[in-house]
Design a protein around this ligand. Structure first.
Ligand code: SAM
Ligand code: CA
Length: 247
C-alpha cells in the first residue's frame, strides 16, 4: 500500500534527522537506539545544542547523538585529559568531549569557520565547560606543523578527533601520529563515507560524496597497513576508525 502523505512527511522528517549519519539499513532500528538508549541519557546541553544545530542549513555535518554518546564514553574509559578536535562546526562532538574531560582537561579545537562555533558557544558556556576549550580559527594543517616544529607537543595528546576535510586526513595522520601519545587514540570520522566505500563505479553518488570517496578509500587502506597503530573501524554514525598508537 502506498504511504499516506503524513507517513511520507514523517519519513522525510526522520531522514532529515538521521541524514547519512547512520549506516543502519533500518530507520526504525536506528530510531529505536536513539529513543531507547541515547536520548534518555543525553545531557541537557547536548540536547539543546543538537536542536539548535538542527535548525542550521548545514546540519547534515553535525555528529549524531549516538556517536556523541560513544565519544563521551570512550574519552572517560581512557581517562583522556589532553585532547584535540579538527572540525568543530557548531560543537556537538566538542561538547561531548568537554563534558567527558575532568575539570582541568583541555581541547585544542580547530575550524576554518568561527561563526558556526560561536552559534553553539553559548550552550557550551552555559554547560560550564568552555574553559576547557582553546579554539583556533583557520586551517588545521599549519597549526599541526607549528606544533611539530616547536618540538614541545610530541606524544602529549590522549585523544584526537578528526572530522574535517577528508582530502587532508592522510596529511593529518602523518602529523597526528607524532602528537598523540603512545597508547593514545586518534579517531577518524566518516570512514565509511555514506556507504560509498563499497559503491560500484557507476553508482549515482552526490557530487561531494564522489569527490571525497577516493580519499576515504586511500585513508582506510593506509591505516590498515600502518604498523604504528592498531585500528578498530566501527559502523557508528558514518563510520569511525579508532587508531591506537603503539610505537
Ligand atoms: N565535529 C563537528 C560536529 O560534531 O558538529 C562536525 C564537523 S563538520 C563535519 C566539518 C568541519 O570541518 C566544518 O565545520 C569545516 O568548517 C571544518 N573544516 C574544513 N576544512 C578544515 C580545515 N582545513 N581545517 C580545520 N577545519 C576545517
Ligand atoms: Ca563527521
Amino acid at each position: 500500500m502506498a504511504p499516506t502523505q503524513e507517513e511520507q512527511q514523517n519519513e522525510a522528517g526522520r531522514h532529515q534527522e538521521v541524514g547519512h549519519k547512520s549506516l543502519l539499513q533500518s530507520d526504525a532500528l536506528y530510531q529505536y537506539i536513539l529513543e531507547t538508549s541515547v536520548y534518555p541519557k543525553e545531557p541537557e546541553p547536548m540536547k539543546e545544542l543538537r536542536e539548535l544545530t538542527a535548525r542550521h542549513p548545514w546540519n547534515i555535518m553535525t555528529t549524531s547523538a549516538d556517536e556523541g554518546q560513544f565519544l563521551n564514553m570512550i574519552l572517560k574509559l581512557i581517562n583522556a585529559k589532553n585532547t584535540m578536535e579538527i572540525g568543530v562546526y557548531t560543537g556537538y562532538s566538542l561538547l561531548a568531549t568537554a563534558l567527558a574531560l575532568p575539570e582541568d582537561g583541555k581541547i585544542l579545537a580547530m575550524d576554518i569557520n568561527r561563526e558556526n562555533y560561536e552559534l553553539g558557544l553559548p550552550v557550551i558556556q552555559k554547560a560550564g565547560v568552555a574553559h576547557k576549550i582553546d579554539f583556533k580559527e583557520g586551517p588545521a594543517l599549519p597549526v599541526l606543523d607549528q606544533m611539530i616544529e616547536s618540538g614541545t607537543y610530541h606524544g602529549t595528546f590522549d585523544f584526537i578527533f578528526v572530522d574535517a576535510d577528508k582530502d587532508n586526513y592522510l596529511n593529518y595522520h602523518e602529523r597526528l601520529i607524532e602528537l598523540v601519545k603512545v597508547g593514545g587514540l586518534i579517531g577518524y570520522d566518516n570512514t565509511l563515507w555514506n556507504g560509498s566505500v563499497v559503491a560500484p563505479p557507476d553508482a549515482p553518488l552526490r557530487k561531494y560524496v564522489r569527490f571525497y570517496r577516493d580519499y576515504v578509500l586511500e585513508l582506510n587502506r593506509a591505516l590498515a597497513s600502518d604498523r604504528r597503530v592498531e585500528i578498530c573501524q566501527l559502523p557508528v554514525g558514518d563510520g569511525i576508525t579508532l587508531c591506537r598508537r603503539i610505537s
